[in-house]
Each structure stands twice: as C-alpha cells, then as structure tokens.
Design a protein around this ligand. Structure first.
Ligand code: HEC
Length: 113
C-alpha cells in the first residue's frame, strides 16, 4: 500500500470519531508545479486522469527532453492516454523545464531552484 493510500485509510477510519483532526494534505506534493507555461494547463487536463503528479515528481531531475518526449509518448501508447499530438510539445516543454534538466521559464513558484 502506498503511504498516501495508507493516510487516506487512516483518515477514513478516524472520520467517525468526535475529535477534529488537523490533517496536512498530501495533495500539495502530488500536484503539478504552477506555471505560466501553456503546458501547465495541459498536464492538468491530460495527466491527472490515471495518476497524480507523483510519478513525474519522482523522475530524476537530470532527465533530458528526449526522456520526457519518450515518457509522454509512452502514456499515449501503450498506456492509451488520449493526449492530442499537437499538445505534446507544450507538455514536454513544461515537464523538462520544471522536472527535467532544462531551466524553468516563467515559473510562478519562486522556491524552485
Ligand atoms: C491512460 C492513463 C494515463 C495517463 C492519462 C497518463 N499516464 Fe502516466 N502512467 C500511466 C501508467 C499505467 C503508468 C505506469 C504505472 C506503473 O508502472 O505502476 C504511468 C507512469 C508514469 C510515469 C512514471 C515513469 C514511467 O515511465 O512509468 C510518469 C513520469 C508519467 N506516467 C507521466 C505522465 C504524464 C506527464 C502524463 C500526461 C502527459 C501522464 N503520465 C498521463 C498511465 C497514464
């Protein structure tokens, strides 16, 4: 069981009790990093249907553009993600600049190195 799944299981178990829990949501780490780049909106639309951003977050930051091209292609085939071909370059651009080895551009999050 993944830690996130376990956390939700615990929340589920304690939901019926009388005390209020101050829970820090895991969603923050599993969401895509906000950006002005067009790809940010596209990953929201295309990459959240099957899994959270966790898979992307756990990729090596040294991953080059070719790796992200291959990854997005793999989501499409064999994994059958309905990603329009014309949106793929913007998605890859966002991914490699936020999670790969290229410098981020116009990132809203200034905490990103
Ligand atoms: C149709 C469902 C689906 C969609 C949509 C989808 N993925 Fe995936 N993704 C998968 C599956 C299935 C795996 C493999 C999970 C496993 O190995 O446990 C995966 C794994 C990954 C991984 C882990 C590395 C790897 O190569 O397995 C990354 C990174 C990833 N996806 C990124 C993306 C991105 C970026 C998008 C949007 C462009 C996306 N995914 C959209 C199904 C999908």
């Amino acid at each position: 069981m993944k830690p996130v799944t376990l956390l939700f299981a615990i929340i589920g178990l304690t939901a019926g009790s009388s005390f209020a829990l101050d829970i820090e949501l895991p969603a923050e780490t599993a969401a895509y990093r906000p950006s002005d780049m067009p790809g940010y909106q596209l990953v929201q639309n295309n990459c959240m249907t099957c899994h959270s951003a966790q898979y992307v977050l756990s990729q090596p930051p040294s991953s080059p553009r070719s790796y992200w091209v291959a990854t997005v292609k793999k989501m499409k085939k064999p994994f059958a993600a309905p990603i329009p071909d014309e949106e793929m370059p913007a998605i890859v651009d966002y991914l490699v600049k936020n999670y790969g080895n290229e410098k981020p551009v116009a990132s809203v999050d200034s905490s990103k190195k």
